[in-house]
Ligand binder design. Structure first.
Ligand code: IMP
Ligand code: MG
Length: 199
């Protein structure tokens, strides 16, 4: 694996596909355990565009029926989260009434996108909404909980972990990455491995 250039920025190798694949295996194991005897196929909601590769690979490992659906979310501009999340459900959102929804994300950073999405889906009558993410930035997630008053000042990592998404593949630091669906200004999604900004 060598460095890659995306727009004007250089990224260095960080997570190999074999490690990503093992993380997806473990997320799939947890979902298979939790949904094996579920009464109704849950909706697997792919967050476009970043979660496409993750959702495809995850779905192939599932041993229960799912209904596949997608939602478009945008919050990032360049390498920073804007904090404002735009959501566009692909289809009739009312069809999620009384359904169990598994949100499939590439990465949870501040957690703002998935929190907003969960609120919105519950508002439209979803019965249960769970969050499944390939990657989590725990430090950034915790700092944002504190900043938004959702956790007390001085909240420990252990306390914050109770509010983590239900299904997480890998934890990473507060670094900007591309590859396996993740982009820098819409480029870099096609890489099989994950690369980190080389500063
Ligand atoms: P959050 O709302 O801050 O949790 O951000 C979630 C969204 O921001 C993800 O769905 C990604 O699309 C994007 N994002 C967060 N961190 C990165 C990164 O390191 N690289 C590329 N996109 C990212
Ligand atoms: Mg995304």
């Amino acid at each position: 694996m060598s460095k890659v250039k995306v727009h004007e920025k250089i990224f260095r190798p960080m997570i190999k596909y074999s490690e990503i694949s093992a993380a997806i295996d473990s997320v799939a194991d947890s979902l298979n355990r939790d949904f094996k005897d579920y009464d109704e196929p849950p909706t697997l909601l792919c967050v476009l565009n970043g979660a496409m590769p993750f959702t495809c690979e995850l779905m192939r490992r599932l041993e229960f029926d799912v209904v596949l659906s997608s939602i478009k979310a945008t919050s990032y501009s360049g390498t920073d989260s804007t904090g404002v999340v735009n959501l566009m459900y692909c289809g009739d959102i009312n069809s999620l009434r009384d359904k169990t929804v598994i949100i499939c994300e590439d990465i949870v950073d501040t957690g703002t996108t998935t929190r907003r999405m969960k609120e919105e889906l519950l508002r439209y009558g979803a019965k249960d909404v769970r969050i499944c993410t390939m990657l989590l930035k725990p430090q950034q997630f915790k700092n944002t909980l504190i900043k938004q008053g959702l956790a007390p000042e001085g909240c420990t990592d252990e306390q914050a972990s109770k509010m983590y998404p239900e299904y997480v593949g890998l934890h990473i630091g507060d670094e900007f990455i591309v590859g396996f669906g993740l982009d820098y200004n819409e480029l870099g999604r096609q890489y099989k491995d994950i690369y980190v900004l080389d500063e």
